[in-house]
Write a protein that binds this ligand. Structure first.
Ligand code: UDX
Length: 437
């Protein structure tokens, strides 16, 4: 189904580039604007700046139809009927969100937008940001834009599907014209019965940060219980299955392990704590401080387990399976796997890291670690193996064959997904994070 509108997407990072490619795939004329003059030609040649399943083919197809182009020139936005703002809101020291990219984007585009354009924010922001952005756009343009807010919920590794067919579309706006234009652009999603929820702007801003806070809380909840399970001799995987069958709880996001990372959940809960404090609701969000603390404690827990297995780590060869913060991604931002690898390195071990996609990004962050692309070679003379990102190929490893390579057949499964019985039967000592067998 095609909608055929003139659209622009401001900020072509993870969210923006995927949105631009999918909207073009759906028949719109899309311009992606970014300030990065290395990234723009790369995108125009169909080369993704990050790994995301399916993205490369959608990008190349959309470019080939002539529906998609990327530019650094904001004057190209003058014919856009809808302008999506998708710039990053990274974390400042202290936890608050850094909104400088939003202000810069507003200043850059404001002079060139058509008076009738519908401007839609998609970045993850503290509640109240949309109102400030609207004021800034209006000051700089001399128009009277009614900024709408349309938070995104896409997961890395599933970004294309989550954009084509999200669980819901949330719109913060009380401008009938804006709402109907946004409905028009999302026609393909609406035709697939995706729920379309219209609310006021502050509620839409809060929906996004609340959803992420809830997901982070769910993971830290099960991780906290898994610490108890470890001491009590209980099994967290069996426990999670049992509580997850209650539909009020649900079985998703109950996988205990080394915890959450990435460019969203950790920074978003910290920004939520900071912005709640700013508006006088700090006490209500205090529990998120503990959610963050529990999460970071899981990384220490793996390091403690490693020390309890090997004693002094000096000079020991430790293999780390996984560098990305989760499988099917090359994103190493706040990656638990890399943090643990670095901590083990700091304790004097010789750390060798494998990842199917994230080695280059990992090397850029931690050049002092060793990286190995060969999944058999890396096991040679290993004294400890840490499984920290659950790529499918790690589940398919042959523990019997690997036994002949290593110096010491000990593995810690920081994601609780390996087949413990199989590894034990092959002669390995395997330990999980609250998982028994
Ligand atoms: C998240 C939200 O899911 C998404 O809606 C939002 O738009 C952006 O932030 P993403 O960061 O891509 O998406 O990853 P997600 O799949 O949510 O996983 C986040 C982290 O939690 C990963 O490090 C993952 O390994 C970890 N996780 C997830 C667990 O440790 N246990 C679980 O049960 C689930």
């Amino acid at each position: 189904m095609t909608t055929g509108m003139q659209v622009s997407v401001v900020g072509c990072g993870y969210l923006g580039a995927v949105l631009a490619a999918v909207l073009a795939e759906q028949g719109n004329q899309v311009i992606g604007l970014d300030v990065d003059d290395a990234k723009v030609p790369q995108l125009n040649s169909g080369i993704p700046p990050f790994f995301e399943p399916e993205f490369e083919s959608v990008l190349q197809r959309s470019l080939a139809t002539g529906n998609l182009s990327f530019t650094t020139d904001p004057t190209k936005l003058s014919a856009s009927e809808i302008v999506f703002i998708c710039v990053g809101t990274p974390q400042l020291d202290g936890g608050a969100a850094d909104l400088s990219q939003l202000w810069r984007a507003a200043d850059a585009i404001a002079p060139y937008l058509s008076e009738t354009a519908v401007v839609v924010g998609r970045s993850t922001v503290p509640v109240g940001t949309a109102a400030k952005l609207e004021q800034r756009l209006n000051q700089k343009s001399g128009h009277n834009f009614q900024l709408a807010w349309n938070p995104e919920f896409l997961r890395e590794g599933h970004a294309i599907n989550d954009t084509r067919l999200p669980d819901r579309i949330v719109i913060g706006s009380n401008d009938i014209n804006a709402i109907s234009k946004i409905k028009e652009i999302y026609q393909p999603q609406l035709a697939n019965q995706v729920p379309f929820l219209v609310m006021d702007v502050p509620t839409a801003e809060l929906v996004k940060v609340s959803a992420n806070a809830f997901l982070a809380t769910k993971i830290s909840f099960i991780n906290a219980i898994s610490e108890v399970a470890d001491i009590a001799g209980a099994d967290i995987v069996a426990l999670a299955e049992a509580i997850g069958l209650d539909p009020r709880i649900g079985n998703k996001f109950l996988a205990a392990g080394v915890g959450f990372g990435g460019g969203c959940l950790p920074k978003d809960i910290r920004a939520f704590i900071a912005s709640s404090q700013e508006i006088g609701a700090g006490e209500a969000m205090q529990f998120l401080v503990e959610v963050d603390r529990i999460n970071l404690r899981q990384r220490d827990r793996v390091v403690r387990l490693a020390k309890s297995q090997l004693g002094d780590l000096t000079g020991k060869k430790v293999v780390v399976l996984g560098a990305a913060f989760k499988p099917n991604s090359d994103d190493v931002r706040d990656s638990p796997a890399l943090d643990v690898a670095n901590a083990i390195h700091q304790l004097g071990a010789r750390v060798f890291v494998h990842d199917p996609k994230a080695i280059e990004n990992a090397r850029a962050r931690f050049p002092e670690l060793n990286y190995e692309r060969d999944l058999t070679e890396i096991f040679k003379d290993a004294e400890l193996v840490l499984h920290l990102t659950e790529w499918q190929q790690y589940r398919e490893l042959d523990p019997a064959m690997l036994l002949t390579k290593v110096a010491n057949p000990v593995i810690i499964d920081g994601r609780n997904v390996l087949d413990f019985a199989k590894w034990r039967a092959a002669g390995w000592q395997i330990t999980g994070m609250g998982k028994r067998d």
